[in-house]
Design a protein around this ligand. Structure first.
Ligand code: COA
Length: 329
């Protein structure tokens, strides 16, 4: 039995932070940000709300689309780097708010690859026959961990959530067909939040040194992201006897337009095969892929039997690709 995506939804906060707004906060320019990253604006969640607020809204869109009640959900997986709290898991807040009274669930931290890792994990429970309805959510409130005095990072990130429902596929051709996932901890020094974990708990000193904010060596991450994503997309196509031309839509993690463009060119994809929305939202970490998928579905860019490839790269390093045949009309 294969696992298939049978509903997809998303949530974006109303507040918009434009490049012009950032020009007033740090030494940067709209032109620099657009040409180096492809980003024009990003969404920012209210300070008094947590990641679960967005996760719940995205999940509700999925339930409405499928016309099912939350009580039918067997399992909730929330991929996030920015949980509401360290304990309990954000999945618990989502369960409570949705009133999903017959499920279990957990958080999964795969950084920017979190949604792909969660999708592959959720699929196991469908494929084994153990569960019939698994909610997989990617949600991040990056504004909570970004230093708005650091121009290297604050221009890149935004807040959002996306969610999908996994169910048994209608037939053996449809649904998740393959995935290739990787983890290489030698990349851990290039993208991290050093303090606030068990290794270096928060102290006045760690806060004064801004160690509770996201640090990134952008140049190094960029190179690894292009190479890693190119390799896994080329590999998954080859393993499944597919060529670039067979793919209806490539839905990549949206971290930098130049990364996506380089990967697409290297694996032989035309611009019209690539889903892009980084311009509007920036990098929303675990939310980029389900958010892009939800918008692609709304724009009717995918139809039953279409081959869809996703790919992501993130802190860890984590990276991977996932191939599926789209089930919905
Ligand atoms: N505005 C203006 N100038 C900036 C700037 C900003 N927001 N941020 C950095 N700069 C400056 C740098 O200080 C540097 O100046 P210098 O040459 O005088 O030292 C110059 O611009 C070039 O910086 P550099 O870091 O080499 O730019 P880049 O072309 O590598 O672009 C990133 C920076 C962050 C956009 C790019 O490296 C990137 O996208 N990396 C990967 C990000 C990513 O994918 N992260 C998440 C993975 S999930």
């Amino acid at each position: 039995m294969r696992a298939s995506i049978t509903a997809v939804g998303h949530y974006i906060p109303e507040k918009i932070l434009t490049n012009k707004d950032l020009e007033r906060i740090v030494d940067t320019s709209d032109e620099w940000i657009r040409t180096r990253t492809g980003i024009r604006e990003r969404r920012i969640l209210d300070a008094d709300k947590g990641t679960s607020y967005m996760a719940v809204a995205a999940a509700k869109m999925v339930l409405r689309q499928k016309n099912i009640s939350a009580a039918e959900i067997d399992l909730i997986i929330v991929a996030t780097t920015t949980p509401d709290m360290t304990v309990p898991p954000t999945a618990a807040f989502v369960q409570k708010e949705l009133k999903a009274v017959n499920c279990w669930g957990f958080d999964l931290n795969g950084a920017c690859s979190g949604f792909l890792f969660a999708l592959a994990t959720g699929a196991q429970f469908i494929e084994s026959g153990r569960h019939r309805k698994v909610l997989v959510i990617g949600a991040d409130k990056m504004s909570a961990i970004v230093d708005y005095q650091d121009r290297n990072t604050c221009i890149l990130f935004g807040d959002a959530a996306g969610a999908v429902l996994l169910e048994p596929a209608r037939n053996e051709d449809l649904g998740i067909r393959d995935y290739i996932l990787h983890l290489d901890g030698s990349g851990s020094e290039y993208l991290r939040i050093a303090a606030g974990g068990s290794l270096l708990p928060t102290t006045l000193e760690t806060v004064a040194n801004k160690m509770h904010y996201l640090y990134q060596d952008g140049k190094t991450v960029f190179k690894f992201a292009v190479n890693g994503m190119t390799e896994v997309v080329a590999e998954i196509l080859e393993n499944n006897g597919l060529k670039g031309g067979d793919i209806k839509l490539f839905i990549p993690h949206q971290a930098n337009f130049r990364i996506i463009d380089a990967v697409a060119k290297k694996v032989g994809l035309r611009p019209d095969q690539v889903m892009l929305n980084i311009e509007k939202y920036g990098n929303t970490t675990a939310a980029t892929i389900p958010l892009a998928m939800s918008e692609a579905y709304q724009q009717r860019l995918m139809h039953t039997n279409d081959w869809i490839v996703m790919a992501a790269f993130g802190a860890g390093f984590t990276w991977g690709s996932l191939l599926l045949r789209w089930e919905m009309d």
